[in-house]
Structure formats: structure tokens, C-alpha cells
Design a protein around this ligand. Structure first.
Ligand code: IPE
Ligand code: IPE
Ligand code: MG
Length: 250
């Protein structure tokens, strides 16, 4: 067992029962760098630990009956980081997609991507395409991986796509409403997340799911992402279940 696996090893997951579970949970995977710094490790080690933890939490979500898990893996702003860090993250994503291909065939899970993939390395784009093709065969648990994703960028791309259709004479500005606009977003056809979790203590949204989070419940915790266990997820779900969602009503 490698040092990272030892550091991230936690007790086996206990699947909780008898409580409602949000159909769509979204998570901002944050705190990898601080997790590594605290241990005197390079930031890239934090990303490796975070990626390992993502596999655990995704499996747990699938087992407790979540339909969609959306994860913020790389933002449109994250290109500002050092080339070394960006390539380490891209390498981990490649590895994840590669393994996911196998897993999808075995467990009939699906993957989808939010974000502008055109800026990613061709090899990564190809892998993403392959996982999308495989996903078409299945209808089980779905993970939405946000890659080169920004909420504002997503809205701009959607607006551009709609405008192009209008220019081509395929629709008119008057036909646009919230439902139609949603169908131009990366999340087309996917219900909005009921619960958005941000670990690591930051109290901000950082350009995540700006349109889709209009009525999401937020859960913030100081726990860093590589330390975020199944028990932490259960705490977030319990907090969600205690809330009174009014949607503007009384
Ligand atoms: C999240 O962890 C991973 C990405 C944004 C890709 P960070 O790398 O942001 O970790 P901190 O916030 O520096 O601790
Ligand atoms: C948000 O985390 C983006 C991802 C987790 C992919 P950041 O670490 O980039 O956010 P800021 O910079 O603290 O707002
Ligand atoms: Mg961060």
C-alpha cells in the first residue's frame, strides 16, 4: 500500500438507511493543496489523495441511491496555477477516466462532462468522448465531471448557441424562456442539484453551477476534501433533511 493510500485510508463505509437522499448532489472538491501542505507534501500529492477520495464518495453516493453526482474538478480559473500543478491534475483526470471506462461496463454507471472541453489535451478529449459513448448504453447512477468549467462561461456558451440558432432562422428570441435556456446548458435534461457541498472552509461559490443553484441548499464544512468521509456526507444529508425549502412560498 502506498503512502498516499495509507494517509487517506479510513474505516469502511457504513451505508445509512431510513432517511431521504437528495437525487442530485454537487460537490466543490476543495482543500487538496492545504491537505498536502499540512503534511509537508507537494500540492500534487493533495490532488492524488483528493482523486482517491472522490472514488470513495462516488461509490457511496451510488450505494445510497443518489441519481446524479456533480463534481467540480477543474475550473476555468484554475489555469492560473503552475504548469506543474495543472499537468498533475490533468494526469489524474486521465487516469480516472481510463479506470472509469472499465467500471462503467462493470457497474453500468454513466459519466457526463460540464465545461468547455475544447481547451483540454486531445488525448483527454478522446477519453472523454469514449466514456460518453459507453455511457449511452446505460441508465444508472451518473457522475457529471466539471472540467474547464465556469458557471459564467457555461451561460455565455448557451447564449451564443441560442443566438446562432436564431441567426440561422431556426428559432426566434421570443421563444426563449427559462426552460428553453436550460436546454442549452451543459446540464440539459438533468434536474438541478438539491444539495451543494463545499469542503475546506471557504464560504464562496467560485463560479460553480450559477444557473442551476438558484434554489440549491448549500452545506459548508471546514473538513478538507481528502479528509471528507462518508460520515461527513451523511452529516451534509442530515443537515439538508432538517431544512425547510420554501422556494419563495410560505
Ligand atoms: C481543489 O483543491 C482542487 C482544484 C481546484 C483543482 P485546491 O487545489 O484548491 O486546494 P486548496 O484550496 O489550495 O487547499
Ligand atoms: C474551486 O476551487 C474550483 C474547483 C474545486 C475545481 P478553487 O480552489 O479554485 O476556488 P477559490 O480559488 O478558492 O475560489
Ligand atoms: Mg482551493
Amino acid at each position: 500500500m502506498g503512502i498516499l493510500q495509507l494517509l487517506t485510508r479510513k474505516k469502511a463505509a457504513v451505508v445509512q438507511k431510513d432517511r431521504p437522499v437528495p437525487k442530485h448532489i454537487a460537490i466543490i472538491l476543495d482543500g487538496n493543496g492545504r491537505w498536502a501542505s499540512k503534511r509537508g507534501l507537494p500540492r500534487t500529492a493533495g490532488h492524488a489523495a483528493g482523486s482517491e477520495n472522490f472514488r470513495r464518495i462516488a461509490t457511496y453516493c451510488k450505494n445510497i441511491g443518489v441519481d446524479y453526482l456533480t463534481i467540480y474538478a477543474f475550473s476555468t480559473e484554475n489555469w492560473k496555477r503552475s504548469q506543474e500543478e495543472v499537468s498533475a491534475i490533468m494526469g489524474l483526470l486521465k487516469q480516472y477516466l481510463f479506470e472509469a471506462l472499465d467500471e462503467m461496463e462493470k457497474d453500468h454507471i454513466r459519466l457526463r462532462f460540464f465545461g468547455d472541453l475544447s481547451r483540454l489535451a486531445p488525448e483527454l478529449q478522446e477519453l472523454a468522448q469514449k466514456t460518453l459513448e459507453t455511457s449511452k448504453k446505460y441508465d444508472g447512477f451518473q457522475t457529471n465531471v466539471c472540467l474547464n468549467y465556469g458557471g459564467r462561461d457555461e451561460i455565455v456558451r448557451a447564449a451564443r448557441a441560442f443566438a446562432q440558432k436564431c441567426v440561422a432562422g431556426e428559432c426566434t428570441p421570443e421563444s426563449l424562456n427559462e426552460q428553453v435556456f436550460s436546454s442549452y446548458l451543459d446540464s440539459a435534461g438533468i434536474p438541478d442539484p438539491e444539495l451543494i457541498i463545499r469542503p475546506s472552509g471557504e464560504l464562496r461559490v467560485s463560479n460553480f453551477l450559477l444557473w442551476q443553484s438558484a434554489y440549491s441548499e448549500y452545506y459548508f464544512t471546514n473538513v478538507l476534501w481528502p479528509d471528507f468521509t462518508e460520515e461527513e456526507l451523511e452529516k451534509a444529508i442530515a443537515s439538508f433533511n432538517r431544512r425547510n425549502r420554501r422556494f419563495g412560498g410560505v
